[in-house]
Write a protein that binds this ligand. Structure first.
Ligand SMILES: NC(=O)c1ccc[n+]([C@@H]2O[C@H](COP(=O)([O-])OP(=O)(O)OC[C@H]3O[C@@H](n4cnc5c(N)ncnc54)[C@H](O)[C@@H]3O)[C@@H](O)[C@H]2O)c1
Ligand SMILES: O=c1ccn([C@@H]2O[C@H](COP(=O)(O)OP(=O)(O)O[C@H]3OC[C@@H](O)[C@H](O)[C@H]3O)[C@@H](O)[C@H]2O)c(=O)[nH]1
Length: 343
């Protein structure tokens, strides 16, 4: 297995998968666990996995930021199960693959209960690794570009170790994800677990919570409601936005491929927050006002993925540019807000 985290990765073989995998006359389905599957990215991932009729999908979620509504299309389907469960508690299920997404992702939600956020990242990831070890499952962690902190290297490639405040208000999330990555590699080296790590860059799309608090959903909801777009100061900070269907494609390729990662998955198109506001204004509501408001501590000043590895190792690159993704998200937000386009 190719590992770009540490060249000393153990040669220890992973635990044997279920004997049913080798059964001559019984072709078992691939049983896939998605933690955090009721959330934004998780529910899109479930939709894609359910399209393959060889997959059985089990979702666990505590509904902190996710919603059953995101999965209602699958209720009652014989290949689908939904379990209310908090990943900080152990879980006993028999599965072949684990997509481990459970963790609040929007800064306002992860800062709301920072102790719970770090427990989710550390104890939650330990529990899922323990499960992977017991049943011989392959596990993929959705890590984040936030492991690079306020990056001093631009764009960020996977070899950069980051510039992270260990005691700041964002640390429960970014240090939490850094420990989660450490745990993944320790289980890989010590127990031979098959791991995959995706470092996800800002992702947007339909089904984001209207009140999620992240910038794209805020601006789109504000533009539709005729409220001023709130650009946090200085407005020159940058982000690179990936449409959710591209993200799901990258995650599945990583899971199915041979490389442990970490691998950046994101769209390198980089925008200042002022540029993003101008784009949303132009595409959704040319009359809307743009205002500046106070920022929060430790906001990263620049962020853009180097996706050379994703291109060469996964054959993946994003296909949907921001100006095409925003209108797709607008349709979804308008239907949920019950506000149609002005004639
Ligand atoms: N969307 C992004 O831009 C982005 C960027 C980088 C990384 N990620 C990572 O991708 C994953 C999904 O992000 P998202 O944008 O879909 O966020 P989200 O908040 O919509 O989804 C997270 C899901 O995890 C669930 N959850 C949270 N804590 C849990 C716990 N203790 N036990 C069980 N379930 C729990 C939530 O209820 C929710 O359904 C997260 O791990 C996040 O860190 C997302
Ligand atoms: O209304 C707003 C909200 C946010 N912003 C700005 O927009 C930028 C992006 O902020 P967001 O809250 O969307 O998300 P961040 O990029 O800070 O963090 C995200 O990074 C990657 C993931 O791990 C997580 O989804 C999340 O932590 C920041 O510079 C913020 O100051 C605004 O200008 N206005």
């Amino acid at each position: 297995m190719a590992s770009n985290g540490d060249s000393n990765a153990s040669a220890k073989p992973p635990p044997e998968p279920s004997p049913l995998r080798k059964a001559k006359f019984f072709q078992a389905n691939m049983r896939i666990l998605v933690t955090g599957g009721a959330g934004f990215i998780g529910s899109h991932l479930v939709d894609r996995l359910m399209q393959n009729e060889k997959n059985e999908v089990i979702v666990v979620d505590n509904y902190f930021t996710g919603s059953k509504d995101n999965l209602k299309q699958w209720f009652g389907h014989p290949r689908f199960e939904l379990i209310r469960h908090d990943v900080t508690e152990p879980l006993l299920v028999e599965v072949d693959q684990i997509y481990h997404l459970a963790c609040p992702a929007s800064p306002i939600f992860y800062k709301y209960n920072p102790v719970k956020t770090i427990k989710t990242n550390v104890i939650g990831t330990l529990n899922m690794l323990g499960l992977a070890k017991r049943v011989g499952a392959r596990i993929l962690l959705t890590s984040t570009s936030e492991v690079y902190g306020d990056p001093l290297v631009h764009p960020q490639d996977e070899s950069y170790w980051g510039n992270v405040n260990p005691i700041g208000v964002r640390s429960c999330y970014d240090e939490g994800k850094r420990v989660a990555e450490t745990l993944m590699f320790d289980y890989h080296r010590q127990h031979g677990i098959e791991i995959r790590i995706a470092r996800i860059f800002n992702t947007y799309g339909p089904r984001m919570n209207i009140d999620d608090g992240r910038v794209v959903s805020n601006f789109i909801a504000q533009a539709i409601r005729d409220e001023p777009l709130t650009v946090q100061l200085p407005g020159t900070q940058t982000r690179s936005f990936c449409y959710v269907s591209d993200m799901v494609d990258g995650l599945i390729r990583l899971m199915e491929g041979d490389n442990t990662g970490p691998i950046n998955i994101g769209n390198p198109g980089e925008f200042t927050m002022l540029e993003l506001a101008e784009n949303v204004k132009e595409l959704i509501n040319p009359d809307v006002q743009i205002i500046t408001v106070e920022n929060t501590p430790d906001d990263p000043r620049q962020r853009k993925p180097d996706i050379t590895k994703a291109k060469s190792l996964l054959g993946w690159e994003p296909t949907i540019k921001l100006s095409d993704g925003i209108p797709l998200m607008e349709d979804d937000f308008r239907s949920r807000l019950g506000i149609s386009r002005k004639k």
